[in-house]
Design a protein around this ligand. Structure first.
Ligand code: PGA
Length: 255
């Protein structure tokens, strides 16, 4: 079964609303011809979602929209938080959940990541679930078991009909924003483990349908080598997604 590659840009805490609009307007003409083959997603900060969403709709840009996080409750007294249906209202298709920066700085755990994944599906969107090991875990040669545990926890109790839509990003923490990466072969080994874990939890069809992304210091020079691996279906890109040319070049490499 052919999986449509995805290249998603995680803007993190960069870009005002106005800067975000300029970025997507610069980006889209460079990538629009890829759309049938490659799904290109931008994930601005909350404050830029409305403006970016509006320009995507009005200008009919061939881009999908994602948020960087969400709360798992449908509404309530949660100062500073944003509920899934607020993101649906802004026409978000995807939500990144469990990014290592959320786990490290904002207390996300395997349990809250699972709650968020449920809430995102319940609202009709798709989570981009992030997993990945620290350098310490890698050096202890415990990467595969660590990632397997994270994936199992994240997808626990997810409905079978949603499972095949999952997007899971393998992002080794030590590769994020550092310029260091695993070899494409070793990233593929972990991607295969992720797929097998989904297969063991659901079935083989789900395992073959989910998209597994690699993330961590992806750039126009190295992207193609990751995309050539059989179990890697695209990338979650941080730094290189903040500039139209570099992000477009990565998307191009996914063709
Ligand atoms: P990076 O970030 O591409 O800047 O390494 C990736 C991410 O955190 O998703």
């Amino acid at each position: 079964m052919a999986r449509r590659p995805m290249v998603a840009g995680n803007w993190k805490m960069y870009k005002t609303a106005e800067e975000g609009v300029i970025l997507v307007q610069d980006l889209e003409p460079l990538v629009s011809r890829l759309w049938n083959e490659v799904e290109i997603v931008v994930c601005p900060p909350y404050t830029a979602l409305k403006s970016v969403s509006t320009v995507i709709e009005l200008d009919r840009l061939a881009l999908a929209l994602g948020a960087q996080d969400v709360h798992w409750e449908t509404e309530g007294a949660f100062t500073g938080a944003v509920a899934p249906r607020m993101l649906v209202d802004l026409l978000c298709d995807y939500v990144i959940v469990g990014h290592s920066e959320r786990r490290e700085h904002f207390g996300d755990t395997d349990v809250t990541v699972n709650k968020k994944a449920h809430a995102v599906f319940a609202a009709g969107m798709v989570p981009i679930v992030c997993v990945g090991e620290s350098l310490e875990t890698r050096e202890a040669e415990e990467t595969e078991s660590f990632v397997r545990t994270q994936v199992r926890a994240a997808i626990e109790g997810i409905a079978a009909e949603h499972a095949s839509k999952l997007v899971i990003a393998y992002e080794p923490i030590w590769a994020i924003g550092t310029g260091r990466t695993p070899t494409p072969e070793s990233a593929n080994d972990v991607a295969r483990t992720i797929r097998a874990t989904v297969g063991a939890t659901f079935d083989q069809s789900a395992a073959m349908s989910i998209r597994v992304l690699y993330g961590g210091s992806v750039n126009p020079e190295n992207a193609g080598r990751f995309f050539a691996e059989p179990d890697i279906d695209g990338a979650l890109v941080g730094g290189a997604s903040l500039e139209a040319e570099s992000f477009a070049a990565i998307a191009e490499a996914a063709l």
